[in-house]
Design a protein around this ligand. Structure first.
Ligand SMILES: Cc1cc2nc3c(=O)[nH]c(=O)nc-3n(C[C@H](O)[C@H](O)[C@H](O)COP(=O)(O)OP(=O)(O)OC[C@H]3O[C@@H](n4cnc5c(N)ncnc54)[C@H](O)[C@@H]3O)c2cc1C
Length: 469
């Protein structure tokens, strides 16, 4: 008897795929389905894919794409599974999970890493630091290299080394028609242009080639926590400090609640606080001078800014973001931090509905701003700050309150919002034309026509092929 899985699949059909791939093919009838269907972001644990293919290499990915197309299945591609808009899982479709493809090899002489399409930043940091090298990765080390890099990639070293996508030197890509193509500055350069910020629109990247830079093992970095009533002074000081800071240092102001960590006095746990967090890629002994101005703003609750291993910085926030937590973000690019915006951010901070509601004000500029705007698909390099409302919660019933609050943070940007957006910080599938702007969107759409004219890869901040527009 043939067991039907989803609207079209029978066991015999699935068996064909099992025979075609080396990785596991997991259906609702298999033990381990629930675990395999869950991406990292618990907000989307309720989705029920028809099957998950845990790919071990590019050949599996090609087979999975062909199978999906042959059986008219929606495709969700999973790297690290952190998508805040739930784009790496799908009801009734196929999840092409690159998780097993997490190998990283380093060519120290060429300062280049070859990274599997399912690696997370912890994998990259582990191997690259063994050579005293690093590249721009995420603030949480369990975030996938794939989604992060393809969308742009904002991290602690970006003002010196560039965004993650600026360090993308080449890639192997499985296209919608099942070809495996390579791109670099000299081979299919327009595809490389699109992968540097255009997300997963053009194919499934099975291997990333990332540029590396000397760094560590010790760097100068960490957070300083202040009471929430210092937030206004801190943001104003940040505005002045950020305008003059050298590329070596990248800073973030975080309006949050004190996490229950032993390094923070217990009486502050769960109370509203504001943190200044910075990291320097420069010599360790020049770090204190770079951040002195920010340190003097108010009496700190806890000052943890000092020399630390780069690997420690990269995993510092991991305990606050365990697998299965519900994560929702909402972000806006802003043209500046005027007094009105500072006041509105301070006010909305106090209305946060839970302990893990954070307003990150990312300092941009430096190497990020010096790349020509048309050199990569990443939209808008001139914005001085990105304001990101970051929420995490365990109780699914708390979702509405957290999403509403995150939207209120974005609304607080008012006239300072530039209209462009960083696609990786969007909590929903949104209008990609607005995120990228008309000109860039038109160039991305032409690339989509060339590589995915029927929109096989639609679960992303989607660039619609012009044929279907
Ligand atoms: C806790 C947390 C911390 C974060 N911190 C940062 C940060 O510091 N800086 C920052 O810039 N962003 C950050 N983000 C946002 C992050 O960049 C995005 O969520 C990113 O998409 C995650 O990549 P992933 O591979 O884990 O995602 P996934 O959920 O696996 O995929 C996300 C998107 O990428 C596509 N995709 C995934 N793998 C591939 C592939 N191999 N080929 C083609 N397309 C693929 C998917 O189809 C999907 O559209 C954070 C997110 C979370 C939840």
């Amino acid at each position: 008897m043939t067991q039907t899985i989803g609207p079209v699949l029978g066991e015999a059909t699935v068996q064909e795929l099992r025979e075609a791939v080396r990785g596991n093919v997991v259906t609702p009838a298999d033990a381990g389905y629930v675990e395999a269907s869950h991406a990292w972001n618990g907000a989307y644990d309720g989705r029920r894919p028809a099957l998950i293919v845990q790919c071990t290499g590019a050949a599996d990915v090609i087979a999975a794409v062909g199978f999906a197309r042959g059986n008219h299945l929606d495709i969700a591609v999973r790297g690290g599974g952190h998508s805040v808009a739930g784009l790496s899982t799908v009801d009734g479709g196929i999840v092409i999970d690159l998780g097993p493809m997490s190998d990283v090899t380093v060519d120290a002489g060429a300062k280049r890493a070859s990274v599997g399409g399912g690696a997370v930043w912890a994998d990259v940091d582990h191997e690259t630091q063994a050579h005293g090298l690093a590249t721009t990765g995420g603030l949480v080390s369990t975030t996938g290299v794939a989604g992060f890099t393809l969308g742009g990639g904002i991290g602690w070293t970006m003002r010196k080394f560039g965004l993650a996508c600026d360090n993308l030197a080449g890639a192997d890509v499985v296209t919608a028609d099942g070809r495996l193509v390579h791109c670099s500055e000299t081979e299919n350069p327009e595809l490389l242009w699109g992968l540097r910020g255009g997300g997963g629109n053009f194919g499934i990247v099975t291997r990333f080639e990332l540029d590396l830079h000397p760094l560590g093992p010790m760097i100068y970095a960490g957070p300083v926590f202040y009471p929430a009533d210092a937030a206004r002074d801190l943001l104003v000081a940040f505005r002045e400090w950020a305008a003059e800071a050298p590329d070596e240092v990248t800073g973030v102001v975080n309006l949050t609640s004190a996490p229950p960590l032993p390094v923070i006095p217990e009486e502050w746990h769960g109370k509203k606080v504001v943190a200044f967090i910075a990291a320097s890629t420069g010599p360790v002994d020049s770090g204190a001078g770079l951040v002195r101005r920010m340190r003097d703003v108010a009496e700190p609750i806890a000052d943890l800014l000092g020399p630390m291993p780069y690997g420690v910085l990269q995993s510092l926030l991991d305990p606050l973001w365990p697998k299965g937590i519900h994560a929702y973000f909402k972000a806006v690019n802003v043209s500046g931090l005027d007094d009105g915006l500072v006041d509105r951010l301070c006010a909305v901070h106090l209305e946060a509905p839970g302990p893990q509601c954070e307003i990150h004000v990312h300092q941009m500029g430096g190497a990020v701003g010096r790349v020509a705007d048309d050199a990569t698909a990443f939209p808008e390099r001139s914005m001085p700050y990105v304001v990101n409302a970051v929420t995490g919660y365990q109780d699914p019933d708390a979702g509405d309150a957290h999403r509403d609050w995150a939207r209120a943070v974005a609304d607080a940007a008012g006239d300072a919002a530039t209209g462009r957006a960083y696609v990786n910080f969007l909590g929903e599938k949104e209008d990609a034309r607005a995120a990228y702007g008309e000109d860039k969107y038109a160039r991305l759409a032409a690339l989509k026509d060339a590589y995915d004219p029927t929109n096989v890869f639609a679960l992303n901040q989607n660039i619609a092929p012009r044929a279907s527009a």
